[in-house]
Design a protein around this ligand. Structure first.
Ligand SMILES: [Zn+2]
Length: 192
C-alpha cells in the first residue's frame, strides 16, 4: 500500500466513525483512538473476521455483516443472473420464483423432470421428491424471513459512509407480507 492509500484509508475510517457517532447519538465521542475511546467502536476493515457477542462478523463490500446470516442470505435471498446448471440468463419471472427451491432455472427443472420419467421413475416417487424439496424450501425461507424480522433495524455504516441495515429498511409488516406471499407461492408448486 502506498502512502496515498494509507492516507485515504485513515480518512475514510475517521469519517465512518463520525457517521457512526451521529447515528448512535454519541456526537461527543472522540473520532480518533485514544483516551475515552469506546471499545465498542473498534475499527474493522474489508475482509476482517472477528467475534462479537459470540457471533462472527466480517465486512463485505463495506458493510458489517454477520457471517452466518450472510451465508443464509446468499442461499435464500440472492438469485444469480445465470442458472448454475445450464448457464442461461434467468430473466423469466418464473425462474426467479423457482430458484430458491431448486437452485436452478425453470427450464432445468422441466428437463430434470423429463429425465426422471425417462429413467422410469414412478410419478409417485417423483411427486414425493418434489414436495419434499418444496417443503424444505418453505422451511428455509420461513427461517430466513423470521430471522430478518427479529433482527433489529439497527444501522451499520459502510466504508463508503452509507447507512444500511439487515432488513433493508423494510417494516415488519412488509416482511410478513413477503413471507406470506412466498409461502403461498411455494405451497402452490406442491403436487396435490
Ligand atoms: Zn437452467
Amino acid at each position: 500500500m502506498n502512502n496515498n492509500n494509507v492516507l485515504k484509508k485513515e480518512f475514510s475510517k475517521k469519517d465512518v466513525q463520525r457517521a457512526r457517532n451521529i447515528i448512535t447519538g454519541d456526537t461527543t465521542s472522540r473520532t480518533t483512538e485514544g483516551v475515552g475511546y469506546s471499545k465498542k467502536y473498534d475499527h474493522h476493515i474489508e475482509g476482517d473476521i472477528w467475534e462479537e457477542n459470540g457471533r462472527k462478523w466480517t465486512i463485505k463490500n463495506g458493510v458489517k455483516q454477520n457471517i452466518t446470516k450472510m451465508d443464509k442470505f446468499k442461499k435464500m435471498g440472492k438469485i444469480p443472473l445465470f442458472c448454475p446448471e445450464c448457464g442461461t440468463l434467468m430473466k423469466k419471472e418464473l425462474d426467479k420464483k423457482v430458484f430458491p427451491a431448486y437452485q436452478k432455472c425453470f427450464d432445468c427443472i422441466i428437463d430434470h423432470e423429463a429425465e426422471l420419467f425417462r429413467q422410469g421413475k414412478s410419478k409417485d416417487h417423483f411427486d414425493k421428491l418434489r414436495n419434499s424439496h418444496i417443503h424444505n424450501a418453505m422451511k428455509g425461507f420461513e427461517d430466513f424471513m423470521k430471522d430478518r424480522m427479529t433482527e433489529s433495524n439497527d444501522n451499520y455504516v459502510t466504508e463508503a459512509g452509507d447507512v444500511e441495515n439487515w432488513r433493508g429498511g423494510k417494516s415488519k409488516e412488509e416482511l410478513t407480507h413477503e413471507l406470506q406471499e412466498g409461502l403461498e407461492f411455494l405451497e402452490g408448486l406442491k403436487v396435490k
